[in-house]
Each structure stands twice: as structure tokens, then as C-alpha cells.
Design a protein around this ligand. Structure first.
Ligand code: PMP
Length: 393
């Protein structure tokens, strides 16, 4: 059997439309197939490879760590330099009040930790989330997801969850003194890139303060420079009580975090214990990769260039079949009439060497989430091929 047949027969399948591209190697914005076919990656593993594939700084840090140790102990027991240094670097990217970091393995786990922490801190049980939100695939994170089609097979889920419309100030009254937390994606990703305005976030912050409800912002997709600020909440002049991140954090390695104040996080430690326990969370190899990723984003001024690159995509992607483009920085959705129109365009683009896809809850729109290090020349090349794909599909 060839590799594609092995993939289809022995690996559990998760979608009716796997992209089915075989990749041997990846570097920068490019991925290469077994016969050296070259693909431009406009997905970044869904917002993971923000510094590109196999960034030399990330690879170097990983190699150094391999010579020291891999795993030592359940998170939080031994002093491990990679974790301590990463926490320090993360805190330096954040405002006061977000200075205590809990390292985990993934986005879903970060969401689980944040929800548990909010319950512990407030001693309340109800949680609010947004319609069309995506927060992960575990039972807790699925419970706060906002798309019923994805949830109904798994009920009963967590009790005490109610949903409000993202970006609608009229719904904020549903946040009450009973609410432990509201969890919200700063920019809704899988809904197809929806961006609320600053006045909404200010009203949300105010309502949380009035009711003693913790504001959890999910920047698993929007963080680490993706939107043109290091953290997406910086666009809106407010800050969360708990921030969750993952994906782009590891530069290609699995890691996530929920971040809060020392005061709030302190409620995890004392009786009863078992705030959150994770064997592999903050794995030292992932932690050094994450630290290197932060250094690259900062030193190469990657984030500062995101807006300009996004504007170039918008300028170049002009076509009768494109209905609209929604974006915050390089978190972009290009809307077509329907999935039936979009799917052949995506297939054609792949055959021309450009990889894009669509969104979980928005299948009429093409996802564009390139590595942030993409150059203007590469954007030109990618857009030319996308326009060709639209014409030829
Ligand atoms: N929250 C958001 C906003 C996400 O986009 C994702 C992943 N698509 C998650 C949570 C879940 O992250 P993970 O797949 O690492 O569990």
C-alpha cells in the first residue's frame, strides 16, 4: 500500500473531506511532497506555524534541549528552566494582572483549566459563552462551544452553560452574579473570522466587573501576533482576567497555557488540591521551542508587519466571485457564494501548489492564515495562484 492508502485504511478519519496532501518536508512558508512538489502553506496548521515551518531558532532550541532532558516530572513539581524562562517571557508580553502562567499541552486543555479556575475562584457554577464559538474538542471545551450540530451527539455536556451573541451588547445582561465566567474568542475563528468592536469589549469588561464574573479570552487562534498585535485583546483597550493560548505558541510544538493573576491562580493551590494536573503540560522541549518563537516574533519585528501584509492580500484578491473579505491581520476569510463554489477552487489551488481550506462553522469562506513571516513577494505569488484557481475551477 502507498502512504495515502495506509492513511485511509489505518488512521482514524475525522472529516469527509481530508485534504489528502502528502508532505515529506516543510520549511518557512513551503511544504514539499514526496516528489518535491512545492506547496505554499496558507493555513499554518491552523495558526500554528506563525514563524514558519522549522524556524532555525526553534529547531536550534529544540536540539539543545534534547541534549539535556526530555520529561522529568508532572508539571509544577521540579524547577525546569525551560518552563520558568518561558513563563517569564510570556509575562513580559502581557500587561499587569496577567502574570501567572499555567502551562498545558493544547488549546482544549488550556480552556479546561481556565473554566475550572473560574469556578474555583468565584465559587459559582454557571458559565456564559458565545454562539458559534469554538473552544476545543474535550467535553468541557465542547460544552462552551457555540455550535449545536457539533455538540448534540455528546449530550449531556456540562450543565449551567448559556450562550450569548458575540459582539451584541444587548445580550450582556445575561451575565449575572451567578456567572463564574464568560469565555469568548477575542476574534471568532471557526465562525469565519468575526470581529466585534472596541465598544463591545469595553461594555463586556464593564459588565464582568459589575457582576464579579471572570472574563476569559480565548486567543488560541488569535494570539502570538496573528492579528497584528502580539495579543488580539490589545486592539480593544481592555484585558481579560484569564487568557488562554496554544497553537502559535509552540512554533510547531504542542503547548498551551492559561494565564491569570497570581491572586486568581492562587485559588488552584490550596485545599482541596487537584486544581489541575497535567503530566506533559509545558513539556521542556515544547517550552524551549515556545521561548524561541517569542524571541523570533519580537526580534524580527514580525508582528509589526502583519497589517501591511494583510492589506496586500486584500488589495490583490479582487475577483467577481469573491463576495467579501473579513480579517483581523493575517486571520482572514475570503467569502464565496457557497461551499459548492469554494470547494473546487480550493482543490484547484492545491493542484497549483497553494494550500487553503475553510472554517468549521463557515464553509462558504476560504481560510487564509499564512505564516506571519510570509514576504510580499510570496504573497504576490500566492494571490496570483489563488486568482488562477478561481478562474480555472
Ligand atoms: N479555541 C480556539 C479558538 C481554537 O481555534 C482551537 C483550535 N482550533 C481550540 C480552542 C482548541 O485547541 P486544540 O485543538 O489545541 O485543543
Amino acid at each position: 500500500m502507498n502512504n495515502r492508502q495506509l492513511f485511509l485504511s489505518h488512521l482514524a478519519q475525522t472529516t469527509d473531506f481530508p485534504l489528502l496532501i502528502e508532505i515529506e518536508k516543510a520549511e518557512g512558508i513551503y511544504m514539499y511532497g514526496p516528489n518535491n512538489e512545492r506547496y505554499i502553506d496558507l493555513i499554518s496548521g491552523i495558526g500554528v506555524s506563525n514563524v514558519g515551518h522549522r524556524h532555525p531558532r526553534v529547531i536550534g532550541a529544540i536540539k539543545d534541549q534534547l541534549d539535556k532532558y526530555l520529561h522529568l516530572m508532572v508539571y509544577g513539581e521540579y524547577v525546569q528552566t525551560p518552563q520558568a524562562k518561558l513563563a517569564e517571557a510570556l509575562v513580559h508580553t502581557l500587561p499587569d494582572g496577567l502574570d501567572n502562567v499555567y502551562l498545558v499541552n493544547s488549546g482544549s486543555e488550556a480552556v479546561e483549566g481556565a473554566l475550572k479556575l473560574a469556578k474555583r475562584y468565584t465559587n459559582r457554577r454557571e458559565i456564559i459563552s458565545c454562539i458559534n464559538a469554538y473552544h476545543g474538542s474535550s467535553h468541557g471545551s465542547l460544552s462552551v462551544g457555540g455550535n449545536e450540530i457539533f455538540k448534540r451527539s455528546y449530550r449531556p455536556l456540562l450543565p449551567g452553560i448559556s450562550h450569548i451573541a458575540y459582539g451584541n451588547e444587548n445580550d450582556l445582561d445575561l451575565i449575572t452574579e451567578q456567572s463564574a465566567a464568560i469565555i469568548i474568542e477575542t476574534i471568532q475563528g471557526e465562525a469565519g473570522i468575526r470581529v466585534a468592536d472596541a465598544s463591545y469589549f469595553k461594555a463586556l469588561r464593564k459588565r464582568c466587573n459589575e457582576t464579579g464574573t471572570l472574563l476569559i479570552m480565548d486567543e488560541i487562534q488569535a494570539g502570538f501576533g496573528r492579528t497584528g498585535k502580539f495579543w488580539a485583546f490589545e486592539h480593544f483597550g481592555i484585558q481579560p482576567d484569564i487568557l488562554v493560548c496554544a497553537k502559535g505558541m509552540g512554533g510547531g510544538m504542542p503547548i498551551g497555557a492559561f494565564i491569570s493573576s497570581k491572586e486568581i491562580m492562587g485559588h488552584f493551590k490550596s485545599n482541596p488540591l487537584l486544581g489541575h494536573i497535567t503530566t506533559f503540560g509545558g513539556h521542556p522541549v515544547s517550552a524551549v521551542a515556545s521561548l524561541a518563537t517569542i524571541q523570533v516574533l519580537k526580534e524580527a519585528q514580525v508582528v509589526e508587519q502583519v497589517e501591511k501584509k494583510a492589506a496586500l492580500f486584500r488589495d490583490l484578491l479582487v475577483h467577481d466571485k469573491i463576495i467579501s473579505i473579513r480579517n483581523k491581520g493575517l486571520m482572514m476569510a475570503v467569502q464565496f457564494e457557497s461551499f459548492e463554489v469554494l470547494k473546487p477552487i480550493i482543490d484547484k489551488a492545491i493542484s497549483l501548489g497553494v494550500v487553503t481550506d475553510w472554517f468549521l462553522f463557515c464553509d462558504d469562506s476560504m481560510r487564509l492564515a499564512p505564516p506571519l513571516i510570509i514576504t510580499e513577494e510570496q504573497i504576490n505569488e500566492a494571490c496570483t495562484l489563488i486568482l488562477q484557481a478561481i478562474d480555472e475551477a
